[in-house]
Design a protein around this ligand. Structure first.
Ligand SMILES: Cn1cncc1C[C@H](NC(=O)CCN)C(=O)O
Ligand SMILES: [Zn+2]
Ligand SMILES: [Zn+2]
Length: 492
């Protein structure tokens, strides 16, 4: 137990020194044979979203490079075959292996398991990247590249924290396990089956889970994340026939599918963001005074956030309301319409069949299958009032559960202390409005407690053009992980 005011314990002091002295090696080049640089990882085009052979090959190479690195670090590594993925067009593509690795199995020590993913979102220089997305490029202390913050950087930071102990020939304070996948951006395909299979094997000796796959809510203040929203993703198809019509020859005598669909989509949410599906708010956890206070404490400059997002006005005017509507209330977003005429020009078409897409972000204690029923019922009611002769089919394409943790768990205390040691400040305790599906799987299937320790800053641009991680976040984050090992050992 130590704080920023008391001196670091000698072994940790040495580890921090090592991380500082070797930071260029972590970023740029390899000297020690077991360290591979960040740059080499970013250069692998491990895009899991575009289902084409080139990117799948890159994904397999990515997982092989990572497995090899962990092996050279002294870990026992298994690359688990995940079979293949059936695409809607009938094609099938191989799924990259999941790495299960283990370093140390001293029964007197705590065992900490780290989850990360090495696949990335698509990136194309032509989309507005200022540098080659697959070449890690440092500008003013910012390391630009696809995957820099999501999630290659944080995975490497964890590995580098471990490697610092090994380089100093020091015993690791905890046993370490890794689960690293290559399909997160595609919805963690086949991962749930693996978790079921391994819950009493690989995961049986695990005490704590750490995920570092989201961002701080600030540019400078570190954070710990204790909850994420879930997501229920819907498609609603309205069909007259499989072919389009000419509006000159059919306009005026048809129930038009697009008119039905626009009415259906228009019935979902009002202009103040309130969801109109009956019953949808019934299970939302009631708000307490104590909870409101937790939002007050969070470092968020609303004006700066609004300006940097280039939004004229948000739906809410206070920090607390904004945070609550991102984290603890559901939201409904309309994403698009398949089959619609969406090109420039004035084509006089009546689409014969259209598919609307929308999703509802779920919060505690909403239930995925209850939401599915409520949404389906609501759309059927709205549709039947239209007396349309078209066919409507509603289906839920994805049902991802919300996740929330108990912040009094041991690893939250350890993470807080580690952050205080490195940054000299207490972290913001935050939730995340997006979804990290594996968190709930750890809780429900493996029955282990998860802490999320994000490393990147709010402006890192995950999934966007010019994704980056600051060198400062990456190097100090590596120290946070090293300090976390120490704190975990003390608290266990
Ligand atoms: C694929 N998908 C569909 N519904 C939800 C998701 C996951 C996706 N996850 C992230 O973005 C993680 C960000 N750190 C999201 O929340 O949209
Ligand atoms: Zn990610
Ligand atoms: Zn992502």
């Amino acid at each position: 137990m130590f704080s920023s005011s008391s001196p670091l314990p000698a072994p940790l002091e040495k580890v921090f020194q090592y991380i500082d002295l070797h930071q260029d090696e972590f970023v740029n080049y390899a000297q020690k044979s077991w360290i591979i640089s960040f740059g080499e990882w970013v250069a692998i085009e491990s895009d899991s979203v575009q289902p084409v052979p080139h990117f799948r090959q890159e994904l397999f190479r990515m997982m092989a490079v990572a497995a090899d690195m962990l092996q050279r670090l002294g870990a026992h590594v298994a690359s688990v075959d995940m079979g293949s993925q059936q695409l809607p067009d009938g094609q099938s593509l191989p799924i990259p292996p999941v790495i299960l690795a283990e370093l140390g199995n001293d029964p007197t020590k705590a065992t900490v398991c780290f989850y990360g993913h090495l696949d990335v979102q698509p990136a194309d220089r032509a989309d507005g990247w200022l540098t080659d997305p697959y070449m890690l490029t440092e500008v003013d202390g910012k390391l630009y590249g696809r995957g820099a913050t999501d999630n290659k950087g944080p995975v490497l930071a964890w590995i580098h924290a471990v490697s610092a102990f090994r380089a100093l020939e020091r015993d690791l304070p905890v046993n370490i396990k890794f689960i690293i996948e290559g399909m997160e951006e595609a919805g963690s395909v086949a991962l749930e089956e693996l978790m079921e299979k391994e819950k009493d094997r690989f995961f049986s000796g695990v005490d704590y889970i750490v995920i570092s796959d989201n961002l701080w809510i600030s540019q400078r203040k570190p954070a710990i994340t204790y909850g994420t929203r879930g997501n229920s993703y819907f498609t609603v198809e309205v069909k007259c026939r499989d072919q389009d019509f000419h509006s000159g020859t059919f306009g005026g005598i048809l129930h038009e599918p697009m008119a039905d669909l626009v009415a259906l989509l228009g019935s979902l949410v009002d202009s103040s963001g309130h969801i109109l599906v009956p019953g949808i708010y019934d299970e939302v956890a009631p708000l307490t005074e104590e909870e409101i206070n937790t939002y007050k404490a969070i470092d968020l400059d609303l004006e700066e956030y609004r300006n940097s997002s280039q939004v004229a006005k948000f739906l809410f005017n206070t920090k607390e309301e904004i945070l609550m509507h991102l984290w603890r209330y559901p939201s409904l977003s309309i994403h698009g319409i398949e089959g619609a005429f969406d090109e420039p020009g004035a084509k006089t078409v009546i689409p014969g069949r259209v598919i609307g897409k929308f999703s509802i972000r779920l919060v505690p204690h909403m239930n995925v299958s209850v939401v599915e029923k409520q949404v389906t019922q609501h759309l059927e009611d709205v549709f039947s009032k239209r007396n349309s002769s078209n066919e409507m089919v509603v289906s839920m394409a994805l049902g991802l559960h919300p996740w929330i943790a108990n912040i009094n768990n041991t690893q939250y205390i350890a993470a807080k202390r580690a952050i205080r040691t490195v940054f000299g400040t207490d972290p913001d305790m935050i939730r995340d409005g997006s979804t990290i599906p594996i968190a709930k799987m750890f809780q429900e299937i493996v029955h282990k407690s998860v802490v999320m320790i994000p490393l990147g800053a709010v402006d890192d641009g995950e999934h966007s053009q010019n994704e980056k991680i600051n060198r400062w976040n990456y190097i100090e984050g590596t120290k946070v992980f090293a300090a976390f090992f120490f704190e975990m050992a003390q608290l266990h």
